[in-house]
Design a protein around this ligand. Structure first.
Ligand code: SF4
Length: 311
């Protein structure tokens, strides 16, 4: 949400938030960040994409001048206070795209850092190299959405010309930060790209956790059929040889939400999928970040929160 003022680009509605509430980190989803921890989920409004299937269109595509009346005005210290009161281990930007609210997030990030509260975000990853460096200074963990690769898919479903900046930014962030990737699958649109996407991600880092989402289309695609679970499971067969942690979820009762040891395949972390972003931790079987059977390391970002206690 930016506008031009003199020769500057300025944020139109600083410190306006569409959401601010506690959630478990698996529901975001982050599966390899402090399992079972609580995060304060925040979001603003607007987006730099126009995905035809957007499930948050009421925030992402709404005219900001209209939507801003429904938003909370919260200064960084208000959000920090909420995170402490709700006993959250982190603050996670979700709902829409963080790149549209960078100035507010820079201020919040500085306040959170001073309080020892780590921040993470979901992002579509479509931004300049300069913007990604700013996000990297705010957030320590990312879930980047890699939606599709072909120009046809990106033009038709997202409204962009190329996914090249997204892949470049995943590569950049994975060099120093914790990165998970999510791909919402639309049968007949991007499911034919599963193997190529797995190749690209494994070339960057075989240990990137990949969330393959069974897309439940909304907005302009509401009414289209949901992807077939067994077809997608079959399509993931060879991708599972390329990446160490592949999850397939966003539907009730998914059998593909547990973390298995990449070496001996024993279950190290059990989760339940309630669908629609309602995933939860069931239990951690391993000891620390190690497989309970063979002791191999399991990739995990443990949030070290030095947050001050409520007084
Ligand atoms: S990137 Fe996300 S929030 Fe933005 S339009 Fe697409 S689905 Fe909606």
């Amino acid at each position: 949400m930016y506008t031009r003022s003199a020769n500057n680009i300025v944020e139109r509605f600083p410190h306006r938030w569409s959401s601010c509430g506690a959630a478990v980190i698996e529901s975001v989803p982050f599966y390899h960040v402090s399992p079972g921890s609580r995060c304060l989920v925040i979001g603003t409004a607007s987006c730099n994409f126009r995905c035809r299937y957007c499930s948050n269109a009421f925030v992402a595509k709404e005219d900001p001048f209209v939507y801003v009346k429904k938003m909370y005005h919260l200064e960084p210290e208000d959000i920090i206070r909420a995170a402490r009161r709700l006993e959250c281990h982190s603050i996670v930007f979700n709902v829409n795209e963080p790149a549209v609210s960078i100035p507010s997030l820079v201020e919040l990030g500085a306040a959170a850092k001073a309080e020892g509260i780590p921040m993470g975000c979901l992002s579509n990853g479509y931004m300049t190299g300069e913007s990604v460096e700013i996000l990297a200074s705010i957030f320590s963990f990312f879930n980047i959405s890699l939606k599709g690769l072909s120009s046809e898919f990106n033009r038709r479903y997202i409204g962009i010309a190329s996914s090249e900046p997204i892949v470049r930014n995943i590569e950049r962030l994975a060099r120093g930060w914790h990165v998970e990737v999510t791909t919402p699958l639309i049968e007949g649109a991007n499911d034919g790209e599963i193997d190529v996407m797995a190749d690209i991600l494994s070339d960057i880092d075989r240990e990137i956790p990949w969330h393959v989402f069974r897309l439940l289309p909304e907005d302009e695609m509401k009414g289209e059929r949901y992807p077939d679970i067994s077809d997608i499971d079959a399509a993931l067969t060879s991708a599972r040889q390329k990446l160490r942690y592949i999850y397939f979820h966003n539907f009730v009762g998914s059998a593909w939400v547990n973390t298995q040891c990449p070496r001996c395949h024993s279950v190290s972390i059990e989760r339940v999928s309630l669908g629609c972003g309602g995933d939860k931790l069931k239990r951690v079987v391993g000891i620390g970040d190690r497989c309970p059977a063979c002791g191999s390391p399991i990739r995990m970002l443990n949030l070290v929160s030095n947050r001050k206690e409520n007084t």
